[in-house]
Design a protein around this ligand. Structure first.
Ligand SMILES: *[C@@H]1O[C@H](CO)[C@@H](O)[C@H](O)[C@H]1NC(C)=O
Length: 157
């Protein structure tokens, strides 16, 4: 009987430990490691740590893409820390990359990575000093088109 009670307490202790480790709210004041930010002391975690309103704010679409990406990664939303996921809001103005409609398009994306990378192909190809002949060959573009794009994105000819 005593052993059963002891085992019950032991299991309860293990379970409560598991519950505590269900979240790891980021503490930006502590050093972070390869697995993410350090966990905020669970005793100091509040309701507000699980609320993020940044995705409710339209991004600034006054740029060459006429669109904006507003991230909700663990660096913006501490409750995502350690969960291996992230979200983002996409605002695409009329005439933006894929918006042929009459109003700004809005999308929300969920990504199964804590720190997903974001790569703008146009910047990679046309904003740097990649040789024009290489861009022409790989993208099957005419020299004039490559020069036009390099001027638009600030790359060297
Ligand atoms: C949006 O971005 C443009 C270009 O960077 C800038 O001139 C403008 O002030 C920004 N607008 C707002 C509301 O932040």
């Amino acid at each position: 009987m005593n052993l059963a009670i002891f085992l019950s307490f032991f299991l309860l202790a293990l379970l409560s430990e598991a519950i505590v480790e269900d979240f790891c709210v980021a503490d930006y004041s502590l050093p972070n490691g390869p697995a993410g930010y350090s966990c905020k002391d669970p005793a100091k975690v509040t309701f507000e740590d699980f609320v993020y309103s940044g995705l409710g704010v339209p991004g600034n679409t006054s740029n060459i893409y006429s669109s904006a990406v507003t991230p909700a990664f663990s660096s913006e939303f501490p409750a995502f820390n350690g969960l291996g996921l992230a979200m983002a809001r996409l605002d695409i103005a009329v005439g933006g990359v894929v918006n042929v409609g009459k109003t700004t398009a809005l999308a929300f994306v969920t990504l199964n990575s804590a720190k997903p990378g974001l790569q703008f192909i146009d910047d990679s190809l046309f904003a740097g000093n990649l040789p024009s002949w290489l861009v022409e060959k790989t993208m099957l573009l005419d020299p004039d088109q490559v020069q036009k794009l390099k001027r638009a994105f600030g790359g060297t000819a």
